[in-house]
Each structure stands twice: as C-alpha cells, then as structure tokens.
Design a protein around this ligand. Structure first.
Ligand SMILES: Nc1nc2c(ncn2[C@@H]2O[C@H](COP(=O)(O)OP(=O)(O)OP(=O)(O)O)[C@@H](O)[C@H]2O)c(=O)[nH]1
Ligand SMILES: [Mg+2]
Length: 419
C-alpha cells in the first residue's frame, strides 16, 4: 500500500520531466491524483465491462437495489462512465462504476472511456448475455490484469432453461479455462423479462397474469463479498501499483517522443542558420568560426533538452570530438567544404553565387550530423557506449541518407534565402 502510494507520488513529483510532457499527460496525472485519494480513503472500485445491451447498467442497479443507472432496450444507452456508492451494510467504501458498451457502432471514444475505466478498476465484472464472441474474447484478454479479480457474468440467465444455462456456463468455463477460475464465472438475471402466467379460478375460468420476476444477482453478490472480504484493501493497492507501472511506461514513451520532436526542430533551425551563414558570408575564416559557434550552440541546446546540461566549453569540445570523427570517416565531403570555402574567397562574384549554395548545403549536412550524433550521446545518458565516438558517428553516417539531407538542405536554404 505504502509502496503503491510512493510510486504514484514519485511520478507526480518527478522534476526531470521535460516541459510538454506533463501537459500532454495531464489526464494521466489527474488520474494519479484521484488514485491517491482513493487509496488514502480505502475505496474499492468495481467496474462493469461488456458489449452494448448485455445488461451492465441493469446488473449494477440490481446489486444496488435501486435504479441508479439508466437502462434501455436500445443499444448505447450508457454514454459515459458513472459511479454509485454501494450502500449496503457490508459495503463500506465500495463504488460501482457503469461504463458504455464496447461494441457500439461509431462509439470508439466511448469504448476507449470504458477501457480506461476498467483499466483503473480494482475488480472487473465482464458481462455477457450468451456465449463469448471473438470480439468479446479479445476484450476479455485485454481486461485481464495480474492480481486483479475479474468475474465473468452471464446475464439474462432468465432467457435460458436450467439445462441450457448449465451448458452455457460449462462452455464459457471451457473457453476461458486458464484465464478465469471456475468460481469466478457466475450467472445472473439483472432485469428478468415479465412472464405471463395462466391462473385458474375455482369456478374453472382462466385468466392471464403478468408477473415480473425479481432480479437474481445472489450468486454474483456472494462471490463479490467473498473476494472483498478475503482481499479487501490489497486490491486497491494492486490496482494503484499496476496503474503506476502503466503510467510510468507512458510517461517514458512520451518523454522520448517529445524530446525527439523538439530535438528535430532544434537541429533543423541550426542547420538552416549555419547553411545560411556559410552561404552568405563572404569571408571564409569567419564562416568557419561562425559555423563552429553555431554547432556548439546546437549541442548546448540539445544537452539542456535532454536534461544533461553542458557548459559552453564542454559543448565546444563535444563538437570537436564529433567533427574529428566525421573528418576521419568522410574526409572527402569536408574537403569539398574547404575547397569551396577557398574558392568563394578567391574569385568572388560569379563563383560565389555558384558555390555558395552547395557550400551552404554541405554545412547544413555537417550540422545535421553533429546534431544527430550529439542527440545519440545524450539519449544514452551522456555516453558513447562501448565503441566510443567513432562507432556512433559511423553508425549514424551509415543510417542517414546523405542525398536526401542535402536535398532538404537546398530546399530549406532556398526557401530561407528567398524571403
Ligand atoms: N431478459 C432479460 N433482460 C435483461 C436483463 N438484464 C437487462 N435486460 C434488458 O436488456 C436491455 C439492456 O439493458 P441495459 O442494462 O441498459 O444494458 P447495458 O449493457 O447497460 O447497455 P448499454 O448501456 O447500451 O451498453 C434492457 O432492455 C434490459 O431490460 C436480464 O437479466 N434478463
Ligand atoms: Mg448501460
């Protein structure tokens, strides 16, 4: 319990989260807050899950003994999750949660809501009204989580004869064998259809009487109480732990994605800046100085983005390390760079116009590579890995399509210079 609470708190308070991630995951974080208060109050949530019109809302009403959730013969009656406190003597702190059906046509959003609710429930009632279909089997598998009880409820049992019901329960048990224990498969009649009885009076006249059978959820109720009494509060802690695990996975994936996108934008801005600086600046020495300063600036920026800030001189050294490896591995391209730089200074005029674009594109490519390599270094926690910088530079050189970067460079620079 304390463990689950701690891991949730840690997720909420993590100062390492980059900007944008907390916003993107705001709903998850709000959920963590709710989960924490639920844990603190010792609340247990029981959610229904199942296809439309199988009688999920009716089942909860029958457990509650009152019509708290709306029901209807029409598909898709329940449009959003809703909760009700289960106020029976033994039910202190148990909340019943209704959800929309999961196979409503055009109801994908509602289906997602239902799944989200079920994901956070401490106990799930998976409701069916007949044999399991393929879609139900898949949903059922999704809803199964280690350590969390799931009851398979065959509702509308009144529609079957005793023999049919027994057969159906056996078939369900066989289908879910190994996934759901036999005692967790129960039959119920949440809202039995009225029956017409023929009554014979003493004088021999007959009359019909409509009779509405009482709901029958006794088997379900008993099973629920047994589980709640045996596992009680540990259930809530298990759910919180599972949820914390899933959220930290999501947070992790989101952090990587947000960083990757931001890094991509950043590298591109620096590529353009450097390409333009090199293309328009007529003094080659200043070109090279400006270029180096820009590359160091990019690396500095990336280091902050990855939460591993460098000083400016460390960033400069990192650029030197990467540039050295690149020069060793692809001397010719760099040679072109220097040759065209020299050409530009020497002849001016026409040849500047001719070569400036190409030179700018090569500079763009250089910065692109430096950005990529530095990104890898930061993503690996400021480490080159076993092969050192050479292996990283080589791998990235091989994985990046040089021509498409050069084309991108020409387009970006042309677009920029036109303005
Ligand atoms: N015969 C019979 N009908 C039932 C039973 N339980 C529910 N129904 C009927 O089935 C229909 C659907 O019931 P709901 O409780 O609204 O079903 P739901 O699963 O909540 O449906 P959605 O909210 O639309 O997904 C209603 O007409 C109920 O009267 C039952 O045990 N036996
Ligand atoms: Mg409903």
């Amino acid at each position: 319990m304390a463990l689950a609470r701690d891991s949730l708190r840690r997720l909420l308070d993590d100062p390492q989260l980059p900007g944008g991630v907390r916003e993107a995951l705001a709903p998850d974080f709000a959920e963590i807050e709710r989960m924490l208060s639920k844990l603190e109050q010792g609340e247990i949530h029981i959610a229904v899950l199942g296809e439309v019109s199988v009688g999920k809302s009716s089942l909860l009403n029958a457990l509650l003994g009152e019509a708290r959730f709306t029901t209807s013969p029409l598909h898709g009656e329940t449009r959003a999750p809703a909760e009700a406190q289960w106020r029976e003597e033994r039910s202190g702190g148990v909340v019943l949660v209704d959800t929309p059906g999961i196979n409503e046509i055009g109801g994908e959003d509602r289906e997602q809501m239902a799944r989200n609710v079920a994901e956070r429930a401490d106990l799930v009632l998976f409701v069916v009204d007949g044999d399991l279909n393929a879609a139900e089997e898949a949903s059922l598998d999704q809803a199964l989580a280690p350590g969390r009880p799931l009851l398979l409820v065959l509702n509308k049992a009144d529609r079957y004869t005793d023999d049919e019901r027994t057969l159906l329960l056996e078939r369900l048990a066989k289908r879910v064998a190994g996934r759901i224990a036999a005692q967790n498969i129960v039959a119920a009649a949440a809202d039995p259809a009225p029956v017409t009885r023929v009554l014979q009076a003493a004088d021999g006249t007959e009359r019909e009487e409509r009779h509405v059978p009482a709901p029958d959820v006794g088997m379900l109720r008993e099973r629920l109480w047994t589980i709640l009494e045996a596992e009680g509060q540990t259930l809530a802690a298990v759910t919180a732990g599972l949820f914390a695990g899933r959220v930290s996975e999501r947070v992790g994936a989101r952090v990587v994605e947000v960083r990757r996108k931001a890094a991509e934008r950043l590298v591109r801005q620096y590529c353009i800046a450097k390409g333009v600086a090199v293309a328009v600046n007529p003094v080659p020495v200043a070109d090279l100085l400006a270029a180096a300063a820009l590359d160091a600036g990019l690396v500095l920026h990336l280091s902050r983005l990855y939460g591993l800030p460098l000083t400016r001189s460390e960033a400069g050294s990192l650029v030197t390390v990467i540039a050295t490896q690149m020069t060793l591995l692809m001397g010719t391209v760099w040679l072109t760079h220097f040759v065209s730089a020299t050409l530009k200074a020497g002849t001016g005029g026409l040849s500047t116009v001719l070569t400036a674009g190409a030179q700018g594109a090569v500079s763009y490519y250089g910065t692109f590579m430096i950005g990529r390599v530095a990104e890898r270094y930061f993503a690996q926690g400021k480490s080159w890995g076993d092969g050192g910088p050479k292996a990283v530079v080589q791998e990235i050189l091989e994985s990046v399509d040089r021509d498409s970067v050069l084309n991108q460079a020409r387009d970006d620079l042309a677009a920029y210079l036109k303005r």
